[in-house]
Ligand binder design. Structure first.
Ligand SMILES: C[S@@+](CC[C@H](N)C(=O)[O-])C[C@H]1O[C@@H](n2cnc3c(N)ncnc32)[C@H](O)[C@@H]1O
Length: 227
């Protein structure tokens, strides 16, 4: 499902120029996906238990390549709806797409949130995406639906922190400045953990990173009573 108009407007306000933003995501990749991130992933996720992994809001595809290297036997799927991101990802992954790695163009803000079967996924990852969702609870509910009982969610995102730090000590003077602050510094870690727990995604471990500006957590999908 291609990017719907409402989502496009929302993301344009958030990202500005989509192509520049895709370039920025490539340039800043290593800051987000650093040794701490991968050590955390490796600590909780055993490669032999992963047959299918999905990255929601995958961006320009760099992380998919790293996921494939970590879980070479698994089917790896990246989902995004922004055209500039998908163009980058297709270029970067030209040799891998169709060989155990696939991209799905899908708007995660509109039902059906994904085209993925119930309980068919062992690992969901989603990085720097939850704050971009107008209704983050819908995405979390969807993650709980597609994960098998005992499967994992690894999630990272911006969290709420001080305006002075966010704006590098410069007093914000435009509506855009304030809008950006409100969009990024939205949820506390406890908000994220609580929203996830409400949909049977039990926190195993979480931490704040980057001087309290980011969240990194791993959750396990609980079996429901009928399982
Ligand atoms: C901040 S970027 C992070 C990209 C990537 N996860 C990373 O960390 O490098 C957020 C990504 O979420 C995607 N995204 C946001 N809302 C989306 C939606 N409704 N449907 C699909 N993708 C969405 C954006 O297109 C973008 O690629």
């Amino acid at each position: 499902m291609i990017l719907q108009n409402d989502t496009r407007k929302h993301l344009q306000a958030h990202h500005g120029d989509f192509t520049e933003f895709a370039d920025r995501m490539v340039e800043t990749y290593q800051g987000r996906f650093d040794q701490v991130f991968f050590a955390f992933l490796d600590q909780y996720i055993s490669p032999h238990e992963i047959k299918c992994a999905i990255d929601l809001g995958t961006g320009p595809g760099v992380f998919l390549r790293d996921l494939k290297a970590r879980f070479p036997q698994a089917k790896i799927i990246g989902v995004d709806a922004q055209e500039a991101m998908l163009i980058r990802a297709k270029e970067l992954l030209a040799d891998d797409v169709g060989k155990g790695l696939n991209l799905i163009e899908w708007d995660l803000a509109c039902p059906p949130i994904t085209p993925i079967d119930n309980e068919s996924v062992d690992l969901v990852t989603s990085n720097m995406v939850l704050h971009e969702m107008q209704l983050p609870t819908k995405l979390l509910q969807e993650i709980a639906r597609i994960l098998r009982p005992g499967g994992w969610l690894v999630l990272s995102d911006w969290i709420r922190f001080d305006l002075q730090v966010y704006s590098n000590g410069t007093l914000p003077e435009t509506i855009e400045n304030i809008h950006h602050f409100a969009e990024h510094c939205r949820y506390t870690p406890q908000d994220i953990v609580w929203m996830a727990a409400c949909v049977a995604l039990q926190p195993i471990e979480w931490m704040t990173r980057k001087q309290g500006q980011r969240f990194l957590g791993v959750f396990e999908k609980l079996a429901t009573k009928s399982d």
